[in-house]
Design a protein around this ligand. Structure first.
Ligand code: BGC
Length: 370
């Protein structure tokens, strides 16, 4: 393993707080929070890399946040069931300060459901990686609360994983909930079949007019986060024709010069190419290879291209940024964001985590072939 792999582990460990939370980016003041979404992928990468203690501390940090808000979860479920609209004060937040408190009220919307699904998925992966240790009661209670919350609220419109478009129900969010509830069933033997079936039907219906998954139901445009419908959440297999076509559209419309963008109209920092998404695409190829040996040489080339592109972006101190300002969707928007929030976040721990995952998945794929 090269320097960037080891360095990525180091950067993540150095930036895990005493309390167990992972700061999203230490050098970018706006991101001095721990998100369940980012953190869960980081914990998964740590588990794969053998850093189980770090992953365990993160999961305990999450469990404490959720368990402390048990009453809020119960109230939100009752309110959602009665069809009433939930306010910002009545939902679980998507990000917390490292000391576990909620962020500033009011200025940054929090209603995003995907992170709780991602957390349940990562917790189950943590259990699989550490079969000799049973999850503590604290972790299981939090997992039950998160699963109850998701099985009641899943159908509500909420902000997507890019913290945008609050009036829509997003495919990636639904997939994360699907993966999370399936994971919870594996962990506890509690069934969520009716909800997961409903989510799957909903997602397949939305793909029908296009033959592939889409960002919004009224257009054929895609979003890179749709890769998650197959990897890791498993709503469909990586080689399902709908998924193959989704990946083709992603490659044809938002992969430029080797780097993957979030979506074609993204204007955040001008809409550059994201490290974690390019790694996600490579990860998708590694999973596709398992069932498509006929595509072996092309897939291996493509996953190595993703890896090579990312490695070329590691700059000072081997930091990986959130995105690189290359082939911008809307160049004029780049300076707007620089003025508002400063230089692009770097290092972004989630970028390092996805790079670790890609490296280990490529290695496993090559070893399997020997
Ligand atoms: C992204 C989120 C992410 C957050 C912290 C935002 O710009 O859209 O997905 O959780 O940064 O990394």
């Amino acid at each position: 393993m090269n320097d960037l792999y080891q360095r990525s582990i180091e950067i993540i460990l150095e930036n895990q707080s005493q309390s167990g939370g992972y700061i999203a980016s230490p050098n970018f003041p706006t991101y001095h929070y721990c998100w369940f979404r980012d953190g869960s992928f980081i914990a998964y990468a740590m588990d794969l890399a053998g850093e189980h203690e770090s992953a365990n501390r993160f999961h305990l940090w999450v469990a404490e946040r959720v368990n402390q808000r048990k009453d809020l979860v119960h109230t939100s479920i009752i309110k959602a069931r009665s069809g009433q609209k939930l306010t910002e004060e009545e939902i679980l937040h998507t990000r917390y300060r490292l000391d576990g408190t909620d962020g500033e009220p009011g200025n940054w919307p929090n209603f995003q459901l995907d992170g709780f699904g991602t957390w349940l998925w990562a917790l189950n992966e943590h259990q699989k990686q550490n079969p000799a240790t049973r999850l503590s009661q604290e972790l299981l209670s939090a997992a039950d609360l998160a699963a109850d919350y998701l099985s009641e609220l899943w159908i509500l419109p909420c902000y997507d994983c890019w913290e945008e478009f609050p009036d829509n129900v997003h495919p990636h969010t639904l997939a994360a909930i699907y993966g999370g509830l399936k994971a919870h069933s594996e962990l506890t033997s509690k069934s969520h079949q009716s909800v997961t079936d409903a989510i799957r039907d909903h997602l397949l219906d939305s793909a029908k007019p296009f033959g592939h998954f889409v960002k919004f139901s009224d257009s054929s445009a895609v979003d890179a986060s749709l890769l998650a419908l197959a990897v890791p959440y498993g709503v469909v297999a990586p080689d399902d024709p709908i998924m193959l076509k989704t990946a083709e559209c992603i490659e044809a419309t938002i992969l430029h010069g080797g780097g993957l963008h979030r979506y074609a109209k993204d204007s955040y920092y001008g809409g550059g190419a994201w490290i974690l998404l390019t790694a996600w695409l490579g990860w998708y190829y590694t999973e596709l290879l398992e069932t498509r040996p006929d595509m072996e040489s092309s897939l291996k080339q493509r996953m190595e291209d993703c890896r090579g592109w990312i490695e070329a972006k590691a700059k000072d101190q081997n930091f990986l940024p959130e995105q690189v300002a290359e082939n911008l969707n809307i160049p004029a928007e780049y300076s707007t964001w620089i003025e508002r929030w400063g230089e692009i976040a770097s290092p972004l721990l989630w970028s390092h985590a996805k790079y670790i995952i890609l490296r280990l998945k490529i290695k496993a794929g090559f070893e399997r072939d020997r």
